[in-house]
Design a protein around this ligand. Sequence first.
Ligand code: GLN
Length: 483
Amino acid sequence: MHQLTLAEIARGLADKKFSSEELTKVLLARIAQLDPQLNSFISLTEDLALTQAKAADARRANGESGALLGAPIAHKDLFCTQGIRTSCGSKMLDNFKAPYDATVVAKLAAAGAVTLGKTNMDEFAMGSANESSYYGAVKNPWNLEHVPGGSSGGSAAAVAARLLPAATGTDTGGSIRQPAALTNLTGLKPTYGRVSRWGMIAYASSLDQGGPMARTAEDCAILLQGMAGFDSNDSTSIDEPVPDYSASLNGSLQGLRIGVPKEYFSAGLDPRIADLVMASVEELKKLGAVIKEISLPNMQHAIPAYYVIAPAEASSNLSRFDGVRFGYRCEDPKNLEDLYKRSRGEGFGAEVQRRIMVGAYALSAGYYDAYYLKAQKIRRLIKNDFMAAFNEVDIILGPTTPNPAWKLGAKNSDPVAAYLEDVYTITANLAGLPGLSMPAGFVDGLPVGVQLLAPYFQEGRLLNVAHQYQLNTDWHTRTPTGF
Ligand code: GLN
């Protein structure tokens, strides 16, 4: 039963082959048995799950239907969940129980989804390896000595290990697409503003976006359908109608123009990944796509710009965690200053402190023009590059990551080495564009992802291309040994 996709679960529930309660019990038992190897959950919500599953079964018995009605999922632990700990992977919020549900959580619950728990993540979503979590590193089910990617590494490892069919993630610079690539999943970062950020604990507000992580594009379509839509509580939410994503999956790729940026194939890319990317291009050509070389000339400036803008916004967003209003407070403060200093010094881990310092520095009066303003200008140039490219092509294709999953601890002493892993993903966040990563092969037994980018609000096009690719390939069906 644990091998079923969301689409298969929906059919099984509709045909009364099993109930949501039965399925939920099977998956909870599987999590109890296998998750100790992976550490993909921070909190399990067994009681809530069984209550939601029974309610979904009752709704189905009353004639209701819906692809998510009775479907087991989990939330990255930065989506606020009423009465349930929302830790953001940090000691700072270890004792934080949100007084309300994030919009994404509320929408999925209303659609009948069953929440099995809250998944592990890099602290405050800062990282690419899920090693900065206060709750310990997450392991990659494809090789337990390797990282699963981050920051949505718990969602990725859990879905890849068939502990559940799908989970939510968030992506500020690649945190859905990169762990999806490193664990053989399909993950979609929607257009900025497509999915409400209300109740999603902020890292870098102008870049953050929630989205689905699952094994197939078909399942990402189902989960995105439940997440997307206008929310008046989020001032950056966009009031655009949500199309029927599942209905767009079967469009023909005949004549689809795919752009492959020449800058993607530079020295940092593992040549074996380059070969798999080109093999995916050949596969799409067979389906009728035409390939064109394009250029994104400002791409090399993306990492420095991102690692100014994201920490700058983080330093502002995280100022609210001060030991007074939220979260952790140090023992026996001597005075107010001591309380602030020690609460923040003890509550935040090393990577979060590094980013707050970098961000505060970049925003300070003497350096604002040199760093922050400059980074914002680069951001515009990167967006302009994409706008020019999308005049010529319908989709941009390339690797999701320059390397497969690295060994636990391998990049710990060198944060910049980890930042470089984001080279292909962060441009979509800087420009606000939707991006999807899909399984495209293996290197040394570790999964490799191909990334597709599309113009604003063309999530349906991304899902269509990935679904057609998945109908003709079987990478996404491979299961890690032992799971
Ligand atoms: N790895 C990037 C960072 O550390 C992206 C993280 C994310 O998307 N949340 O900032």
